[in-house]
Ligand binder design. Sequence first.
Ligand code: ASP
Length: 351
Amino acid sequence: MKKLLLSAAVSATLAFAGAAMAALPNVSILATGGTIAGSAASNTQMTGYKAGSIGIQTLINAVPAMKQYANISGEQICNIDSANMTSDIQLKLAKRVNELLARSDVNGIVITHGTDTLEETAYFLNLTVKSDKPVVLVGAMRPATAISADGPLNLLNAVKVATSKEAAGKGVLVILNDEINGARDVTKMNTTNVDTFHAPILGALGMMNSDKPAFFRASTKRHTKASEFDISKVKKLPRVDIIYSHADDDGVMAKAAVAAGAKGIVHAGTGDGSIHEKTFPALEQASKKGVVVVRSSRVPSGITTVGTDEWTKAGILESGSLNPQKARILLQLALSKTTNREEIRRIFEQY
Ligand code: ASP
């Protein structure tokens, strides 16, 4: 009798443990490289190390606490320094994310990424992922081998965000250093400090509140399920160059971009997206040839507003609150659908 009771108790415990396990959400971690997977010769080396050298399984093994929050599976998409990111990899990643999120047994995605171009990939996914399920990008500023490496805690937090109900429907998110930002508005603001990702114009969406993510706002711009961009059949994105303005700017770079086959140019202008008078003829010429030119600004905060009549007459558009690298991503996607300026103007207003 005693034996029977004991075995009943054991099987009840097992059933409970099984139910608890089954209740955990499933999170896929897609690894692309970066400093979070970086390794240096010593634990005090914080710069000049090799980004993208540790594989996904090692990253997962380093943070066993993730298993308390989700059933984790890992996949290596690439293992690069994100300074070398390409739109081909971004397309591959977006297609894989869409494939995984279409499955009922995948509840959220975490993407480990180098911080240099993390904001670009995040915005690309924000515009091309067709799901409300959480997609969270995470990186680190110190290599995995460093004393006080920031990667493991960032990764654990990313899993917590990816399993949070509140994260659903907020678009692609970025978490580093406890701050949760929206892909559209976030940018890297410090070259080496762990406190580097912020949204200088519109602010963070949330932050970690001890164990849980706390959200305070959401973006009003179109993203993910509400986005019109379908990359399922896109094989190549058009070339779009960014031209950074400065004293003595003379249009040489704009001409070079056109000669290289750019279908679009983002002009990172001075101040409120100003164009040097010596560069304007080259941009006007490019625009006449059908190259879509969008004015943005090299100033880290503020809206690039509608410019002079001369610029408007030349068919030059403005990026609004998108920084040059985000404007470039949106222009690539817009140009993969249309070359109509009014349509592209609408797209810049809505995303
Ligand atoms: N160069 C690195 C990368 O973007 C920097 C980092 O991840 O922090 O891959």
